[in-house]
Design a protein around this ligand. Structure first.
Ligand code: MTE
Ligand code: MO
Length: 431
């Protein structure tokens, strides 16, 4: 759902970005601080329960604080990979300070001087562009869209047999209201020449890349004929604020419905290509088996029987966020079970809840609709009738009829996990 935003908001943000003579929105160092020992300049949500309360929802790791961030779960520090704790998914929009972080390369921008920075549109175009932040904000129509950013490897730690890569729990995802300009408008302004095939995106980060793979920069491309191109935006605002440095300041690509691998951060070069992009990040990394649900077996992979293609759209998913199993629930007392759902293929039209591990399902109530690419909250009232252990489960259906099942997937990248999620809870006698 695109909606035009008033110019006043852009102007307000522009003043924020460029105002007061301070054009350097920089951080001295992107160094983490241990959550436990740092001065708490920003307050974490109080309901944090930690991985020990439920080892299976989030990743296992220590909590660290990076600049502009709340305590997040650390997967790795070089490159920076931080997971959002479960409690932040009670709402449709994920706070910027709690939004997960994933980079591939070590040399990430610590600051960007907006007086020098230009967004370049180059390659097979009539008129190459070099746009300043104020050009972007004043010369192009501003649009906003609520969209889920999910890492392809979200929930990778569930894979059996395990696969290499960050062992994410479920928190390598987030939803935000992104505001920026349409990619299409930038391409039209530059004039895409005939014979073009793809558009390539490059950010400011540099580094050695995965061991032995020799890639100095992270390059991703979209096909010009991909319908996603028409919905893609170059965002300079996230939830009404400039983007956090770690989430791609000053601008990032937002490709609604597609996995975040295409959502280039600190985007600085948009390059129209005449050939197919075969760089490492397109042809080796982020590829999935060309099979139903991207499912295969280690045996088929080892025997070279699997054709791999670049990953694309996010399958339907839903989560139980509360209760999280950390405390006993009193018998006969109503409990509000809450969570979120989303699908890259279309609006979530139904969420069903089960309190018996998936034998019987009941429709849950859907929260506010922020558009087809957004998280949709859901809730239902559950009154446990007896004491003991219960397995809660949730499944979502999108408008294309895709529904979650109990079948997991396996592929060598650890991508596309969307099995029905479960949560064990204990009900005790009410005193
Ligand atoms: N420049 C740049 N953009 C990038 C990446 C990167 O390594 N460099 N990683 C991508 C991947 S794989 C993910 S999952 C998302 C993570 O977005 P976030 O850090 O804002 O949550 O950024 C994407 N954009
Ligand atoms: Mo990712």
């Amino acid at each position: 759902m695109k909606e035009e935003k008033s110019v006043t908001i852009s102007r307000r943000l522009l003043l924020k970005l460029l105002g007061g003579g301070a054009v350097w929105l920089g951080l001295n160092k992107l160094t983490p601080v241990c959550a436990q020992v740092s001065g708490q300049a920003i307050e974490p949500l109080p309901s944090f329960t930690g991985p020990e309360a439920n080892p299976y929802w989030g990743a296992v790791g220590q909590f660290v604080i990076y600049p502009q961030k709340l305590p997040l779960i650390q997967l790795t520090d070089r490159p920076v990979q931080l997971e959002t704790p479960r409690n932040y998914f009670l709402t449709s929009f994920t706070p910027n300070a709690a939004f997960y972080v994933r980079w591939h390369l070590d040399e990430i921008p610590n600051g960007v001087n907006l007086s020098d920075w230009r967004l370049c549109v180059e390659g097979n175009v009539e008129k190459p562009l070099a746009l300043s932040m104020s050009d972007l904000m004043s010369q192009f129509k501003s649009v906003s869209i609520a969209a889920v950013n999910q890492c392809s490897g979200n929930s990778r730690s569930r894979f059996q047999p395990r696969v290499p890569g960050g062992q994410w729990g479920n928190g390598a995802m987030g939803n935000a209201l992104f505001t920026g300009v349409c990619l299409k408008d930038l391409l039209d302004a530059a004039g895409v020449k005939p014979g073009s095939s793809q558009v390539q995106f490059e950010g400011l980060d540099r580094g050695r890349g995965p061991e032995g793979k020799g890639s100095r920069n992270y390059l991703k491309s979209l096909g010009l004929s991909d319908p996603a191109i028409d919905e893609t935006i170059v965002a300079y605002e996230m939830n009404g604020e400039p983007l956090p440095m770690l989430n791609g300041f000053p601008v990032r690509l937002v490709v609604p419905g597609k996995f975040a691998t295409y959502w280039t951060k600190a985007l600085t070069w948009i390059r129209v290509l005449t050939d197919l992009d075969t760089n490492y990040w397109m042809s080796k990394a982020y590829c999935i088996p060309n099979t139903p649900r991207g499912n295969t077996t280690p045996k088929d992979v080892n025997e070279g029987r699997v054709e791999m293609i670049p990953i694309g759209t996010m399958p339907v998913r839903s989560f139980v966020i509360a209760p999280d199993g950390s405390s006993k629930i009193p018998e006969e007392m109503p409990v509000t079970v809450r969570g979120i759902a989303f699908s890259g293929y279309g609006r979530v039209v139904k969420v069903e809840f089960s309190c018996d591990g998936g034998k019987f399902w009941n429709k849950a109530e859907l929260g506010e609709d922020y558009g087809q690419y957004s998280f949709r909250t859901w809730q239902t009232t559950w009154i446990p009738k007896r004491t003991g252990k219960y397995i809660l489960a949730v499944r979502a259906t999108d408008e294309r009829g895709n529904i979650q099942t109990d079948k997991g997937v396996w592929n060598p990248g650890g991508y596309l996990w969307n099995k029905v999620e479960r949560q064990e809870v204990i009900v005790g006698a009410a005193k």
